[in-house]
Design a protein around this ligand. Structure first.
Ligand SMILES: CC(C)(COP(=O)(O)OP(=O)(O)OC[C@H]1O[C@@H](n2cnc3c(N)ncnc32)[C@H](O)[C@@H]1OP(=O)(O)O)[C@@H](O)C(=O)NCCC(=O)NCCS
Length: 181
């Protein structure tokens, strides 16, 4: 990540991924519903304006130290923020990073996550030169597994009863992809 001074913008005909700003706080707060949070490991619910502000502040700090890039996902046909995708836990010794993402429920099943993940992986491999990207998913989250597999991530393992959420333990599937370039 040496030389990364400006926050990148990544774009295709479907989505634009850009830096988050305080103006996004009300939209993020509206989009983070119970139906979204049930699949996320570390996001509180109810999700308040202050949670969004803290997330944006943390994003700025961790971008400066090159530990993470948290992108607003904008849907090109409306130019509105519809979700967030993160490349985080960037390890500059092992050259690895984790991807995480969510979309507001009204925007599911339109190909937006698949395309956003594709852009972030392309950036992580071709520009940041990371060697490995990975993602952790609840085993019940079939849509998330599907978007990872569509982006050629493979299952690496499974952590049994590793997260307690909504009154039960969940198995976590580990997915990864290596940069062979
Ligand atoms: C997971 C999530 C990001 C997917 O985003 P999305 O933009 O709807 O994904 P896409 O439209 O690109 O692709 C969804 C794929 O999953 C499939 N899918 C959706 N629901 C499914 C289900 N219940 N079972 C199996 N496949 C399913 C779709 O058919 C599609 O596959 P296809 O293109 O082969 O038809 C979105 O559902 C979400 O934000 N969920 C809540 C938060 C979350 O789970 N984040 C990930 C944590 S690891």
């Amino acid at each position: 990540m040496s030389g990364l001074s400006e926050f990148p913008t990544l774009a295709s005909s479907l989505v634009r991924l850009r830096q988050l700003g305080y103006k996004d706080i009300p939209v993020i707060t509206r989009l983070v519903t119970g139906g979204v949070v049930r699949y996320l490991m570390n996001v509180p619910y109810p999700y308040e304006m202050l949670d969004a502000k803290r997330f944006i502040d943390k994003s700025r700090r961790n971008f400066k130290t090159k530990k993470e890039l948290n992108f607003a996902i904008e849907f090109v046909s409306t130019w509105t923020l519809v979700g967030i995708i993160s490349l985080h836990k960037i390890d500059q010794i092992s050259n690895s990073g984790q991807i995480s993402y969510w979309l507001g429920q009204n925007y599911w099943n339109m190909g937006i996550a698949t395309e956003s993940i594709r852009l972030v992986i392309q950036y992580a491999f071709n520009v940041l030169r990371l060697h490995k990207i990975y993602a952790n998913v609840f085993d019940s989250n079939k849509a998330s597994v599907r978007v990872l597999e569509k982006n050629h991530l493979r299952k690496e393992g499974e952590l049994i009863d590793s997260v307690f959420k909504q009154n039960r333990y969940h198995n976590i599937l580990l997915y990864y992809r290596l940069n062979y370039k």
